[in-house]
Design a protein around this ligand. Sequence first.
Ligand SMILES: Nc1nc2c(ncn2[C@@H]2O[C@H](COP(=O)(O)OP(=O)(O)OP(=O)(O)O)[C@@H](O)[C@H]2O)c(=O)[nH]1
Ligand SMILES: [Mg+2]
Ligand SMILES: [Zn+2]
Length: 321
Amino acid sequence: MPLTRRQKWQLEKIQVERIARVNKALENFEELPFNSNKAQTGLVITRYGQRLLVEAKSGELYQCTARRNIDLSVAGDQVIFQITQSNQGIVTALLERHNQLHRAHKLIAANINQLWLVVAIEPHYQFELIDRYLVVAENAKLPINIVVNKVELANDIQKIKFDFSMYENIGYSVSYLSVKKQTNINQLKTQLNNKANIFLGQSGVGKSSLINELIPNLNLRVNEISIKSKLGKHTTTNTTLYHIPSGGDLIDSPGIREFQLDELTNQEILNGFKEFKPLINACKFRNCAHIFEPRCAIKSAIKSGKIHQKRYQSYLALISS
Ligand SMILES: Nc1nc2c(ncn2[C@@H]2O[C@H](COP(=O)(O)OP(=O)(O)OP(=O)(O)O)[C@@H](O)[C@H]2O)c(=O)[nH]1
Ligand SMILES: [Mg+2]
Ligand SMILES: [Zn+2]
């Protein structure tokens, strides 16, 4: 039976009060001696349906269920849990998140401070898809870097670098990698250090392969791309957090095959093109959509080369989709 509004409201209230109480208790918590029955903080590593894999401060992993009135938690969440029996426990509270990342209206990860968009020579990168991810990151106010993987497959690397100079020119960092040839992996390791990172990107670009390279002995399942379609098959199904031995955390998430990202409002789309933002107040019309309007600062910037034509094409495609 669905909950009435009143019941829902009561549940929410209980949840808020519980978190407040737990947060308060936590202030003194660090000094408490370890006791299996006592509540402790943990980090959500992954979720399988209703079950959570939670890592205790000790490093030990516990398979947990969550109390019914607790919000859904995901990889990267900090929770309070109690051990019920060996390697099992129950999550009793979800601690406040610094941020959360959604995709197609589904919460995928929390408490991230750096995003990585992984693209590849095969399946070949598409500007509109890249721009879509950048828009999502800008709206989530999270820094995002671009990784171009499988560069050993490129016939003309200068052409690839030229393509991505468009992104470097507006302030995104771009790394050129080959997991297969071990190119520039160490440089990436340094950039992942001390951060909570997440790899995003189309299926088959090599996110899991890259994580296997960064974390030896992990042996994540990676898939052969079907040669016929050159489209990646979905290999990773769970969003999972890993600790990198050289420092930092890394979340692997399943790739998407097409444009299954969140639906964005036109305002969010505009916000997501960061090189447009400083110009929009210079348009003649305050509500300029930068399409047909005369004396539009964005369109002038395209003519003068300040804004790249391809970025504007993505903008138009995104607002009309
Ligand atoms: N040629 C080449 N192939 C690579 C490279 N890195 C990864 N691959 C291959 O690309 C395929 C897909 O790799 P995955 O790591 O499974 O891709 P993924 O991004 O995790 O895909 P999903 O889990 O479906 O999102 C595998 O066959 C890898 O062996 C590379 O640098 N060069
Ligand atoms: Mg994968
Ligand atoms: Zn305009």
